[in-house]
Design a protein around this ligand. Sequence first.
Ligand SMILES: NC(=O)c1ccc[n+]([C@@H]2O[C@H](COP(=O)([O-])OP(=O)(O)OC[C@H]3O[C@@H](n4cnc5c(N)ncnc54)[C@H](O)[C@@H]3O)[C@@H](O)[C@H]2O)c1
Length: 386
Amino acid sequence: MGKTLRIGAIGWGLRGGLAAIANRPEDDAELVALADLSPAAHAKFKERMGDDKYVTTNYLDLLDQNLDAVFVMSPDWLHEEHACTLLAAGMNIYLEKPMAITTEGCDRILETAKSSGSKLFVGHNMRHFGVVQKIKQWIDEGKIGEVKAGWCRHFVSYGGDAYFRDWHADRTKSTGLLLQKGAHDIDVLHWLCGGYSETVSAIGDLSVYGKITDRLKPDESIKVEFRKVWPPSSLDKLNSVVDVEDINMMLMKLNNGVLASYQQCHYTPDAWRNYTIIGSEGRIENFGDSPGKSVVRMWNQNHQGYVEKGDLEYEVPVATGGHGGADELIVGEFLDFLRSGTTSVTSPIAARQSVAAGVAATQSVRSGGAVVQVPPVAPDLTEYFK
Ligand SMILES: NC(=O)c1ccc[n+]([C@@H]2O[C@H](COP(=O)([O-])OP(=O)(O)OC[C@H]3O[C@@H](n4cnc5c(N)ncnc54)[C@H](O)[C@@H]3O)[C@@H](O)[C@H]2O)c1
């Protein structure tokens, strides 16, 4: 047993439960403090973690709490300020995705981590999804030859409730959902395809939710819940500002020559991600993405016509925990990182690259689909975070 890590958190909203996973006294880690503007969040935190825990409205107070690390789970537009301030003060952080809402913001975070030496970990939990792990394993084993293309179709049935009734719908706070939500999948595509986007182009539209006139007042907020409202056009109480796209289609050319695409729709009847990875000698595809309810299939023999089950099939086993057990795995990875300084599957540079591609694609959407260059990472930062 080593020294018990003292952990704090900023933000106890929908994502608050993530930091609760870090409360592992048996693993020498304890969640001891929260900063959140909302008294309701303080109450929820104390109810779950204990009355003796420290709470504050000012995140700077966390710096006086003798903490080893802080989970930054504030809304996206605050990530840059919160991350840079904590890192510069010598605090290690777990930063939720997306790293920031601009590429410049990500670079500032990377530079601050480099100059302060504080540990930076970005929470791309999807790399721990059972489906994604299996696809990655088969690619790495060479089962489909050299990867040439990666496609992701992303169906988000809960998009209206989750993203159009609060800050996510306002581009000044999220940039857009191609970045906000897409950062996960762009990162996964980069990882599976072994490169980063160099150029992107995209089209998108605010095609359903923009027509809903029932809106909250600018100073009004509601508790966001995932309801079963159907059809999506009957949703009520949308955010006062709704200016992000609800459907997006993005093309990427990666720096290793791989071609990729990401398509996202926020008003589908079902919710899952379909990845298709095509190599020089086969292809892999998943059906469903929840543990216990999904399969990954691979075709690497020549077939005439449709062969449903492929040449190899993997049923993703049941797993418990947040995001199909990925949250428990990534928090474990973070605690190991605090102790050893090494990560297993995530990377701050990759997190920056997913934001940079998402931002560039959003620019493309808003300029009629033009091809946009993704700004490269400074070589000294790539070297530092290797
Ligand atoms: N990795 C994942 O799977 C995943 C899933 C959901 C959300 N997220 C990310 O987690 C973050 C939080 O998302 P959420 O859905 O919980 O948002 P939320 O809006 O539900 O909660 C944010 C919380 O931050 C608090 N807050 C706002 N401003 C603050 C400030 N200045 N100081 C301290 N607290 C402040 C709010 O009061 C609120 O309690 C986002 O960046 C989101 O992208 C990641």
